[in-house]
Design a protein around this ligand. Structure first.
Ligand SMILES: [Zn+2]
Ligand SMILES: [Zn+2]
Length: 185
């Protein structure tokens, strides 16, 4: 027996074994009997559950899942990604062969020219060098160091730069950047 607070009206110091609350007439004993019964039921249920074990998945099922994933993903890869990769690889090899043979033929022609007509070969070599020099001189140069190793600043670069360092970006209003001395103009 203990003294409690009536769960209905809140009156203090009511015996928990009293049939009724002296204040409001609430069935105290019935109330606590029910509470005890519920607790007991809960405990019994708990104990019953503790004796039951969750089954483990059989090893052969794990194995089957493994096989399914391995061959499923592998098969999908073999039928989708792999052919694409093979095609790209073949195209790349063909392109390398083609470019290589083009360059080889050009150089072979020059070589043959040197064997048959050395004077013409010399003339063509000089002309080629002049042409290269002209191309080189037409390229924009860095006004600070004279390097032709420069990079055009794209709208994208500028946007990224501004978004990172804001209005302090040195790329605002600039079109080129020197890769050697980092000068921008
Ligand atoms: Zn009461
Ligand atoms: Zn420079």
């Amino acid at each position: 027996m203990a003294l409690i607070k009536c769960p209905e009206c809140g009156k203090e110091n009511v015996s928990d074994s009293a049939e009724m609350c002296p204040e409001c007439g609430y069935g105290i004993k019935a109330h606590f009997d029910l509470v005890k019964q519920r607790q007991l039921n809960q405990e019994i249920r708990q104990r019953k559950l503790e004796s039951v074990r969750m089954p483990e998945r059989p090893k052969r099922m794990n194995f089957a899942y493994g096989l399914a994933i391995f061959f499923g993903v592998g098969g999908l890869f073999a039928y989708t990604v792999l052919p694409g990769m093979v095609i790209i690889w073949i195209l790349f090899v063909c392109w390398m062969c083609y470019e290589g043979s083009k360059q080889y033929n050009r150089e072979m022609e020059k070589y043959n020219l040197a064997l048959t007509n050395f004077e013409k070969y010399q003339q063509e070599t000089v002309r080629e060098q002049e042409y290269k020099a002209r191309i080189e001189s037409m390229k924009p140069k860095c006004p600070a160091c004279g390097s032709t190793d420069i990079q055009k600043i794209t709208t994208m670069d500028r946007a990224v730069s501004i978004s990172v360092v804001g209005a302090a970006s040195g790329k605002i209003g600039k079109q080129y950047k020197c890769r050697r001395c980092k000068h921008m103009w």
